[in-house]
Design a protein around this ligand. Structure first.
Ligand SMILES: Nc1ncnc2c1ncn2[C@@H]1O[C@H](COP(=O)(O)OP(=O)(O)OP(=O)(O)O)[C@@H](O)[C@H]1O
Ligand SMILES: [Mg+2]
Length: 295
């Protein structure tokens, strides 16, 4: 076990080839290898390598415009972000998901909380959550297998015809909403419709908790949060991780990392990870900025 741990440490610090050191495919890890992506024919991601295992927290930091949100969108399969190299891989375990649509990726267990979520007036939070949950947890989805590894309080309560037990579902949503200090009244409002910046971030967190993905990407979930909301959102991520979800937090600040101990911190500059380190790397960035990495 110790040897495995040692090899894993080496592998994530120097992301050469996962397979050389440890079979992370067998481990169901999120494997990002040589990811190159273009937006409007402009190359933004220039060979990103990362390996995230279930229950790990990886922070991605980097200057404005370095490609952090592009990485998030490319992982989730946004159609405007084109993978530009045949060598690029995004795998969950053994399955390469590069050619899958966003919906199919969600069914494989990926979730993205947007930096700037858009409002959908008329689509109530509870209904959206139920439909999204039902869609991605339909029979045959890789989230509905014993190997998914993510603790999911609703899955145990699917009724015999495969539909979500509505009462159990609403109870779970309300419990998580309470944990995030979201008033019940928000659950019957249009998603993000008229929500404040902080309320939107909490709502993204609620979605992640309810949908119970294998891997969740949070793009600046901490931006614009007051101290109390920050603590609450951090506790949501902590719960996700305890349930077995692997987490990528894109952030500019070290402050959320005071509540969560990242297993790895990656610095992304000009579409490439230029340094990977431990939690102390985030502190170094806060003190000295990115000048060591941009020149
Ligand atoms: N649709 C688009 N059309 C043209 N350029 C784009 C588009 N989307 C992103 N870009 C460019 O890609 C680069 C990376 O953008 P991205 O949003 O990924 O940066 P970021 O690291 O998330 O920045 P920030 O910290 O400000 O959120 C930027 O130069 C941006 O202008
Ligand atoms: Mg961004």
């Amino acid at each position: 076990m110790e040897r495995k741990k040692y090899l894993w440490e080496k592998m994530t610090a120097f992301p050469i080839s996962c397979k050389i050191y440890y079979n992370c495919e067998m481990d169901g890890a999120l494997i990002i290898s040589d990811l190159r992506a273009t937006v409007e024919d402009k190359l933004i991601l220039n060979g990103v390598d990362m390996h995230v295992r279930a229950g790990e927290i990886h922070a991605v930091m980097g200057p404005n415009g370095s490609g952090k949100s592009t990485l998030a969108y490319a992982l989730m399969g946004h159609p405007s972000y084109r993978i530009s190299s045949q060598k690029s891989l995004i795998k969950i375990g053994k399955k390469n998901i590069v050619s899958l649509s966003s919906e199919e990726r969600a069914k494989e267990g990926l979730f993205l909380a947007f930096q700037s979520p858009i409002a959908i007036p008329g689509v109530h939070v509870m209904n959206l959550l139920r439909v999204a949950y039902q869609e991605i947890h339909e029979q045959g989805s890789s989230l509905v297998t014993k190997s998914s590894g993510v603790h999911n309080p609703v899955f145990g309560k699917l009724s015999t015809n495969g539909e979500v037990d509505l009462l159990a579902f609403r109870k779970t949503v309300k419990e998580y909403a309470q944990m995030l200090r979201i008033d019940d009244a928000f659950l019957s409002r249009g998603i993000h419709d008229g929500f404040s910046g902080g309320e939107k971030k909490k709502m993204e967190m609620l979605q992640a908790l309810v949908l119970a993905p294998k891997y969740a990407i949070f793009d600046e979930i901490d931006t614009g949060l007051d101290v109390d909301a920050l603590r609450v959102v951090a506790s949501g991520i902590d719960r996700l991780v305890k349930n077995g979800t692997g987490v990528i937090i894109i952030t500019h600040y070290q402050r959320i990392l005071k509540y969560l101990r990242p297993d790895r911190v990656h610095i992304l500059v000009n579409g490439k990870i230029v340094k990977t380190g431990k939690a102390s790397l985030a502190k170094e960035i806060e003190s000295h900025g990115y000048k060591h990495y941009t020149t």
